[in-house]
Design a protein around this ligand. Structure first.
Ligand SMILES: [Mg+2]
Length: 309
């Protein structure tokens, strides 16, 4: 392999101590030494909630490249703190769910992920912002938030990705809540819905391709509302999602928008990138175009799986 001897400047690592990939953080240190960063800042956190503080510290210390070691929750916490800063983020997909990495073509392979972080292409991608907090993959209300809340109780680690789907299926009772959804200031949906999803990328929870044509750099958020209730209707939605185009389901309504305003008749827990957040009756979301710069495989390079991200 041809190695360019470009110095990487100040490199920060923000690592979730309980997440692992390849030979773990020991191997990461060895791989980083080979890249000869000008300065290396090293932060470890016991849970992703502690990551934003370290991310801000890294910025203050002048980091040029921030490597995030963890899954979607870790990445969400870090990009929320780093959005708009101009710093470049390299994702090291060491989590249970690594959907942003997966969508961007960064493999769950430590040396390869490090190589992309240092020598990949810098690409600006959109972020979504919900009630003041950024997300990179998706935000959800109803079905999805509930299933994540359950999966958080240790199940996620025990069963891995399948837990998302499994716990989801336990919530197929699909309680309906009255929702009013405005898109870019215009009423788009009013009625009973069981779930609302906002997507920045196509493949979301459980590896389900929920938004077929989503792109993380088009300045739009995908939005979907499901009106499915009961196990049979939900099974049809999930079946369509896993088999083909989700927008063909009679229980799903989908489009895209820049600004989303949701009012609920009763409080529901919402979710950002796999993490359960507050219970709310109002959800305000918008797209933040080019909100974060990430390293992705070089286009047409050997590691670009499908030519798109
Ligand atoms: Mg988009």
């Amino acid at each position: 392999m041809l190695r360019q001897k470009q110095r990487a400047g100040t490199v920060a690592v923000i690592a979730h101590q309980k997440k692992s990939l390849g030979g773990g953080l020991d191997e990461l240190r060895r791989l980083l030494a080979d890249e000869e960063p000008g300065k290396l800042l090293w932060y470890e956190v016991p849970k992703s909630k502690k990551a934003p503080k370290q991310a801000r510290k890294a910025l203050k210390e002048g980091a040029d490249l921030v490597l995030v070691w963890g899954g979607d929750g870790m990445v969400q916490r870090c990009v929320d703190a780093l959005a708009g800063s101009g710093v470049t983020v390299g994702i090291i997909p060491a989590g249970t769910a690594n959907l942003l990495a997966q969508n961007l073509g960064v493999p769950e392979d430590l040396p390869e992920a490090v190589r992309i972080a240092f020598h990949g292409e810098s690409r600006k991608i959109d972020l979504g912002k919900v009630n003041g907090e950024h997300f990179a993959v998706m935000a959800g209300l109803g079905f999805d938030a509930e299933m994540i809340k359950d999966a958080d109780r240790g199940l996620k680690d025990k069963l891995g990705r399948a837990a998302y789907v499994w716990t989801g299926l336990r919530h197929v009772r699909g309680e309906l809540v009255r929702m009013e959804v405005k898109l870019d200031g215009v009423k788009w949906f009013e009625g009973e819905a069981s779930c609302l999803l906002l997507g920045n990328v196509g493949t979301i929870t459980g590896g389900i391709e929920a938004f077929d044509d989503a792109r993380p750099d088009d300045g739009w958020l995908e939005i979907g509302v499901t009106t499915a209730k009961g196990p049979i209707q939900w099974a049809r939605v999930l079946g369509r999602m896993s088999a083909g185009r989700s927008d063909e389901s009679p229980f799903v309504r989908m489009t895209r928008a820049r600004k989303v305003d949701v009012k609920l008749s009763e409080p529901m827990t919402y979710e950002l990138d796999g993490g359960a957040k507050d219970s709310v009756t109002r959800l305000k979301a918008k797209v933040v175009p080019g909100g974060i710069t990430v390293r992705v495989p070089v286009p047409d390079g050997p590691d670009r799986p499908d030519g798109r991200a």
